[in-house]
Design a protein around this ligand. Structure first.
Ligand SMILES: Cc1cc2nc3c(=O)[nH]c(=O)nc-3n(C[C@H](O)[C@H](O)[C@H](O)COP(=O)(O)O)c2cc1C
Length: 206
């Protein structure tokens, strides 16, 4: 099967399979803070890390389906240049999903879904209590991605990680233990996976 992007229906595929082919994707549960002091929390799976020295992470934020221009997360990042990446574990999957519900900018999703806040060390946005890892981030740069057929575009947000919190309950011999953390991963459609099995492949030497 071959098709150009957007033409999947001509091949008999009912839904766009693009995201289902880039999997599994980590989920960035982003907490931000508006300039008026309202906290925001939402999940983003167009997400990954791009360098570790310095540590840079990137998130693709879609145009706002409410017709308000941009999502609250992007509004807040552009205003304050700060955000927290919270890692989503299996235990917090329901709260993560609930926090994706479209809500007006004055709604604090921590309160709406019943999550406790932990103060960050260097920045104003709070961290999600119970998340195994938090990265405190400063905006590095935003990149406007090409327009879609509606003339709207995603924005790629690149952030520099300036502080890292790891819950020591998820370490084994000083190493992050994915089998304890059970991070949730996004697949396509409405599907998710959870990391439970770990194998090792030793890299070949030159
Ligand atoms: C698992 C998951 C992953 C998501 N990934 C993205 C994403 O990568 N980009 C995006 O724009 N929206 C994504 N969404 C949708 C946003 O979470 C949703 O639009 C949310 O209401 C945005 O909130 P905000 O306006 O407070 O930023 C995702 C939702 C879920 C449940």
């Amino acid at each position: 099967m071959f098709f150009v992007p957007g033409k999947h229906k001509e091949q008999g595929l009912p839904y766009n399979p693009f995201k289902a082919c880039v999997l599994p994707r980590p989920i960035a549960w982003l907490s931000t803070h508006s300039s008026e002091g309202v906290c925001n929390l939402a999940p983003y799976s167009f997400f990954n890390a791009f360098s570790d020295e310095p540590p840079i992470i990137g998130v693709g934020i879609a145009p706002d389906s409410r017709g308000e221009g941009v999502k609250d997360t992007l509004t807040n990042i552009l205003e304050t240049e700060e955000f927290v990446f919270n890692l989503v574990s299996w235990q917090q999957r329901t709260e993560m999903n609930e926090s994706s519900k479209p809500a007006p900018g004055h709604v604090d999703e921590f309160e709406a879904v019943g999550l406790e806040k932990l103060a960050s060390n260097f920045i104003k946005p709070p961290r999600v209590k119970g998340a195994p890892v938090h990265f405190e981030c400063k905006l590095f740069k935003t990149v406007e991605l090409p327009n879609n057929t509606d003339g709207k575009h995603y924005t790629l947000v690149l952030g520099e990680v300036i502080g890292i919190h790891i819950d020591e309950a998820y370490l084994t011999n000083g190493m992050v233990d994915a089998t304890k953390m059970k991070p949730l991963a996004r697949l396509g459609y409405q599907d998710y996976s959870v990391v439970e099995d770990v194998i090792q492949l030793v890299r070949p030497k030159a």
